[in-house]
Structure formats: structure tokens, C-alpha cells
Design a protein around this ligand. Structure first.
Ligand SMILES: *[C@@H]1O[C@H](CO)[C@@H](O)[C@H](O)[C@H]1NC(C)=O
Length: 405
């Protein structure tokens, strides 16, 4: 984060709610997608200049083509990370410090719901993982591994600290991921990207959030190679998510700003990413969602441990309980949809204002099931929830959708 002026005032951000868009692998009337094994890219170099608005239509990578697992991505970045301090002239990270970074990313990812691969990409982008990195100040102090928005975590308040204590490392990852009292972190920016203002879903949310993390805003025309600060930032982050872990960026600020589509980097591997399909069976093992959102606007909900956007809403394997939920905190564990007038989660922002009944989207839901369970047609469901796409690929987990108006 280099120049964040507080465009997103902390007070204007939504409460910490669970409910990022959930990529659906299920077409509207197909309950179980074909099972294919997950493929990953193998290139560790910078393959593509990602120009334009961050959409797959403009050639940006979908999450299917990201490095398959966080562990694999961390391993691939370890060597670069262990030499990361040399650019700053400080003592390199020790094995213990690198292990602490790894554990901090995993634990903050689990508690915030932000994809660990995205956190790691931002760490590498901001500091090359150097725990002793200094802070910058271009109006806002940006310290630590993620150069957070005036965060508390740092191992360099003028003098590089060695060893860097593990709680300080965790604080740096927390500041950048979940935000600070002064400014947003990745978690809030992902929500901003998914909000009606931008309406992003899937991988695009992450590319928009990366742009906002770096410069605080997105250029009016939506081009992520513009908007101030580091022009190549979003393209760099996309390459990191695809596996870039060694060598310099192939992106030039002057070129990226005028691109509106993805273009093979010169000298890089220009072969397109393989088309992949996430295994829905594996995805179905994701933890059940427990929505703990309170309707009290002054209350702060605790996000659950399910990572944002990596858990497709998979079809249920069983039909379950008709027992009314005893409390809001456990209501969302049911996989049976029912219409209610009592809200147990945040309202889907696109829902019609005349809505009379709602249903909470829980883990296991998909459009056809919701429609069948509450007895409405697909066109009614879409009419009452503008923004839902025809393929139902953007149902948001943990949100209340309108089922009667
Ligand atoms: C950090 O690691 C790099 C790469 O191994 C090395 O060239 C450099 O000398 C190291 N810096 C220090 C201060 O040890």
C-alpha cells in the first residue's frame, strides 16, 4: 500500500460480514458438475501483462488457474522471501521468521476469511517478505510486511529488529488483512469490490481489491493499470497468484496504463493458462458455514473461518432438518432453504426494496434448490434479486435473498 488517502472511510465500510460472492460451478439446472482434476500452472516467471479491468473477459485469470494451494505457493516463494531483506540492506529473514510468516498468514486467513494466497501475494508485492522492512509515509504511514494503513505491526521503527518476534509478524499480517482503525485491509477491500458499486465477483474481486490496496481507489474507467501509485500492481499480483515467484516484473508502468486486455509478457511463457475445473467433490468438504451476523447495526459480526470465495456452494448430499433454528448463530448450518420474514444474515444488496420474505443462502445452496424449496420460479428469483446472473454463478454465501415481493 503506498499512497492510501482515506477514500474508504472506516466508518463507511460494511460490518465484517461473511458473504463474499461464491463462485458456482453449477449451471442453473445441473446439480453436479463433472469431476475433473485440478491443474495448475507451472511457470514461476512473469507470464502475462494483465491490462484492463480485471475481468476474465479482458483475459485476467480465473481462480481456477491460480496456484492450486497456499502451501504450494508459499513453498515456491520461500527462496525469494529468504533473500528479500537484501534489497533493503537488512539481515535476511531467518528460517524461524519465515515459518512465523507462514503461520501468521494461515491463521489470519482462517479468522478473516481472506484467501491465504492473496495475502501472500500482497506480502511479496509490498515487502518481498522482509520482516525488517521499514515504513513509508506519503500522507499515511505504511509499515511492515504488508505496508499496512497506519498499522501497529513492524520490526523496524527506525532500527531493524532481529530477530523479529512472532507476535509482531502476526500483527503485520493482521493489520494488512483485516485493516486498522485508520484504514481498510484486504478483507474490507474485497467487500468493497463485491459491493454494488463495483459488482465484482470471483477472481475479479481480488484484482480490484489489489488496486484499491495500492492506491485507495480505482480509476473512473475501471482500468487497473491506472489510478495512481504503482501502475503494475494489480498485474503483478495476478502473476503472483499464477505462480510468479522468481525474477523481476515484466510490467512497465507506461505500457500497462494503455492496455485494455491481457498480453503475453515479452520473453515470458505466452501459452495460455490451461482451462481447469475445480473439483466440486473436494470443494464440498469445505467447512459448513455458521453465520453469526447480527441485525444490530452497532454489533460487529465475527467472520467465520471459511475462506472468501474459494468455497463453491455445492449441492447438499442430504436433505436435512426442518427444526427451526434456535438462534441466529446456528441458523445457517441447515442446508434446507426456507422463506422467512426474520433476517438471519445481511440482505443481498441487489434485492428489491418491496421484498416481503427472505431466504438465507447457506453452504450447500444453489439457485435451483432454493427456488424449488421455496416454490418460486427462476425468473422470479432473478427479478427479486437483480444482479444474480442467468447461470446463477454469483450467489453470495451468508446473505438473505428475496423470495417473495
Ligand atoms: C541475503 O540473501 C542474499 C541471497 O542469498 C545474499 O546475497 C545477501 O548477501 C544476504 N544478505 C545478508 C545481509 O545476509
Amino acid at each position: 500500500m503506498s499512497v492510501i488517502l482515506s477514500i474508504l472511510a472506516a466508518g463507511s465500510l460494511p460490518a465484517l460480514i461473511f458473504g463474499a460472492p461464491v463462485p458456482s460451478l453449477l449451471s442453473r439446472d445441473v446439480a453436479v458438475a463433472d469431476v475433473q482434476s485440478l491443474q495448475t500452472r507451472s511457470s514461476s516467471s512473469y507470464t502475462t501483462l494483465f491490462g484492463g479491468d480485471g475481468t476474465t473477459a479482458a483475459g485476467w485469470p480465473s481462480m481456477d488457474s491460480w496456484v492450486a494451494t497456499y502451501d504450494e505457493m508459499f513453498e515456491a516463494n520461500k527462496a525469494t522471501m529468504s533473500a528479500g531483506c537484501s534489497a533493503y540492506g537488512f539481515e535476511n529473514d531467518s528460517e524461524d521468521e519465515i515459518n512465523d510468516i507462514n503461520n501468521a498468514i494461515k491463521s489470519v486467513s482462517a479468522s478473516s476469511g481472506v484467501d491465504a494466497r492473496f495475502i501472500l501475494a500482497i506480502v511479496m508485492q509490498e515487502s518481498t517478505g522482509c520482516v525488517r522492512v521499514g515504513g513509508t509515509n506519503n500522507g499515511v504511514f505504511n509499515p511492515g510486511l504488508m505496508q499496512s494503513h497506519n498499522g501497529k505491526g513492524t520490526c523496524n521503527t527506525g532500527v531493524p529488529l532481529s530477530p523479529c518476534p512472532s507476535d509482531e509478524i502476526t500483527q503485520m499480517i493482521t493489520d494488512g488483512t483485516t485493516g486498522t482503525v485508520d484504514g481498510p485491509g484486504l478483507q474490507q477491500l474485497l467487500q468493497e469490490a463485491a459491493s454494488p458499486k463495483y459488482g465484482a465477483s470471483g477472481a475479479t474481486m481480488y484484482y480490484l481489491a489489489a488496486r484499491m490496496y495500492n492506491s485507495g481507489s480505482i480509476a473512473p474507467d475501471g482500468n487497473l493499470g491506472q489510478g495512481g501509485a504503482t501502475a503494475c500492481y494489480a498485474s503483478d499480483v495476478a502473476n503472483r497468484l499464477l505462480g510468479w515467484s522468481t525474477g523481476p516484473t515484466a510490467c512497465q508502468a507506461a505500457e500497462i496504463a494503455s492496455l485494455t486486455y491481457a498480453k503475453p509478457a515479452s520473453g515470458g511463457d505466452s501459452s495460455p493458462a490451461p482451462t481447469t475445473t475445480t473439483d466440486p467433490v473436494a470443494s464440498a468438504t469445505a467447512p459448513a458455514v455458521s453465520v453469526t451476523v447480527s441485525l444490530d447495526p452497532t454489533a460487529t459480526a465475527t467472520p467465520t473461518a471459511t475462506p472468501i470465495d474459494t468455497t463453491p456452494v455445492a449441492p447438499p448430499t442430504t436433505t436435512t432438518t426442518t427444526t427451526p433454528p434456535p438462534a441466529a448463530t446456528s441458523a445457517a448450518t441447515s442446508s434446507t432453504s426456507s422463506a422467512t420474514t426474520t433476517l438471519l444474515g445481511p440482505v443481498y444488496p441487489g434485492a428489491v426494496s418491496t421484498c416481503q420474505q427472505w431466504t438465507l443462502v447457506v453452504s450447500g445452496d444453489y439457485c435451483l434448490e432454493v427456488e424449488n424449496d421455496v416454490g418460486i420460479s427462476a425468473s422470479q428469483f432473478m427479478d427479486w434479486n437483480p444482479g444474480l446472473d442467468a447461470a446463477c454463478s454469483n450467489l453470495w454465501l451468508g446473505y438473505e435473498y428475496c423470495v417473495k415481493a
